[in-house]
Design a protein around this ligand. Structure first.
Ligand SMILES: [Zn+2]
Ligand SMILES: [Zn+2]
Length: 483
């Protein structure tokens, strides 16, 4: 680190001007190309990182270092964060704490100790494969206008499968050529055709036309609006409240949750089902996310969920922004609809619910206590070598018993049966001694039998003798009282 302190020792002399919405990965690639450095050389010299960058580097780090390396010509680390990363698109939906952690992680030196709590892009994207994506039409436009192409930040968002400006599907390379698949090869800029001549792989077979009202168009138009003019980063979640308020207006909410069929019809009407299927696989999974937001009136980190909700419930990005402004000025917050429902249910059930529960518990108690006694009797009746009757013994193999272990106090009959039938060590040894004497394969009598039994049960001769007398000479059989 110390070697690269100060700009004189940094052998990177060219810091090209940043392009509009150029991603940080893309910019570092261009710095490397201009200064004839490898990706690892650039990340070490310019960013002070020990490891090579991994495309698509959606969550960059050390932007302060980059800003210093370029002697401030690129603006501050915060400028880079807001204008050249996905931060402004994802941050409005994150909690204030997570948001500031993410900003700190992107701008400052990534310390090894902080590594464990690193915020990753799957926080808002789920398991979207991390790969650089680009638009071939943008490439042609850029080459015509600037003489070169560059990597755009909005194309690197998981939910952005199409170019928000051109409506065509984004591509991810030919599948054979190296960069951006392999970080060890020399980095390159996006191209309209793969250098090897193979076709580039598109993320989707369809395309959209801006303003056609389709779900695809609305989603991408919304992303573009977030990139061009980010949503406010409020301390309070007014976005969740806005979505909930709109859902209530559209009569999407029942007392218990979301009218699934009605919501799905809205999605279907604008052709959003393929997006649901590709993002969540099942309608049910998508509805779980949607319900979580609408019932609590709070956003989730998942960008796809928020964007689906916004574009389904509002006709355009503009109408959503207007509704959000209204919520903000009214300081409107979401309400926990689910909780209210539960409370109402409890009240309506009232005494009946509680009584029914107690009745059920009594029934269960009776059944289990009877089962315990039956088990005890059947073990005694069998001629198997005795096992000590303990609480664990009864609870272990009687159906339903395990579930009451921790709340035995509420099951008095079962508790009494267990207390009554469990044996002390002495009681058990006495029972074992009787069994051994009765089942002596060598048919021994007198002191020979007692000596054989004593080897197994560890009772004194004084204890064993009366048992023998009772058993074979007909004295009264009684068990010693528990110690
Ligand atoms: Zn494009
Ligand atoms: Zn290729």
């Amino acid at each position: 680190m110390a070697r690269f302190e100060g700009k004189q020792t940094v052998p990177v002399s060219h810091f090209p001007a940043l392009m509009a919405n150029e991603s940080m990965m893309g910019y570092v690639v261009r710095v490397g190309l201009l200064n004839q450095l490898s990706l690892s050389g650039t990340s070490s010299l310019v960013l002070g990182l020990n490891s090579c960058l991994e495309p698509p580097w959606i969550v960059p780090s050390n932007l302060e270092r980059l800003s210093q390396s370029a002697s401030g010509t690129l603006g501050t680390a915060n400028d880079l964060l807001l204008n050249h990363t996905v931060f402004p698109v994802v941050a409005p939906f994150l909690s204030p704490q997570l948001r500031s952690r993410l900003a700190l992680q992107m701008t400052t030196d990534l310390q090894p100790g902080r590594h464990r709590s690193k915020v990753r892009s799957n926080t808002w994207e789920g398991n979207v494969p991390a790969q650089l994506r680009w638009c071939t039409k943008c490439v042609l436009d850029d080459e015509a206008e600037h003489g070169f192409s560059y990597w755009r930040r909005e194309h690197q968002l998981g939910i952005c499968t199409h170019c928000p400006r051109h409506g065509c599907a984004l591509v991810t390379g030919c599948g054979y050529c190296n960069f951006p698949r392999n970080v060890r090869t020399s980095p390159s800029l996006p191209t309209a055709q793969c250098r090897c001549g193979r076709e580039l792989r598109a993320l989707s077979p369809c395309s959209f036309v801006q303003g056609d009202g389709s779900a695809l168009a609305k989603i991408h138009e919304f992303i573009l609006s977030m990139v061009d003019c980010s949503l406010p980063l409020d301390e309070q979640d007014h976005i969740g409240a806005t979505l909930q308020r709109r859902a209530i207006q559209l009569d999407l909410m029942t007392g218990k949750g979301v009218r699934r069929a009605v919501f799905m019809r809205l999605v279907e009407d604008c052709g959003g089902m393929p997006i649901i299927n590709s993002t969540w696989e099942t309608e049910r999974a998508a509805m779980t996310w949607v319900s979580t937001v609408l019932r609590s009136g709070r956003t989730v980190a998942s960008l796809a969920t928020n964007v689906l909700l916004i574009t389904t419930l509002f006709s355009s990005a503009q109408t959503f922004r207007e509704a959000l402004e209204q919520s903000r000025s009214m300081r409107k917050l979401g309400e926990e609809l689910r909780k209210q429902t539960t409370e109402r249910t409890n009240v309506s059930l009232g005494q009946t619910g509680t009584t029914r529960y107690i009745e059920k518990r009594h029934e269960k108690d009776k059944l289990i206590s009877e089962a315990i006694r039956r088990r005890h009797a059947s073990v005694l009746a069998s001629n198997q070598q005795p096992v000590r009757f303990t609480r664990t013994f009864f609870l272990a193999d009687i159906a339903g018993c395990r579930s009451i272990v921790r709340k035995l106090a509420s099951y008095p009959l079962s508790a009494a049966a267990i207390r009554e039938l469990s044996e002390s060590r002495e009681q058990f040894l006495r029972r074992l001694a009787i069994w051994l004497m009765r089942n002596d394969p060598e048919q021994r009598r007198g002191s020979a039998l007692l000596a054989a039994v004593q080897k197994v049960v560890y009772l004194t001769m004084a204890d064993l003798k009366p048992i023998y007398v009772e058993l074979f000479e007909g004295g009264p059989m009684h068990l010693p009282s528990p110690s």
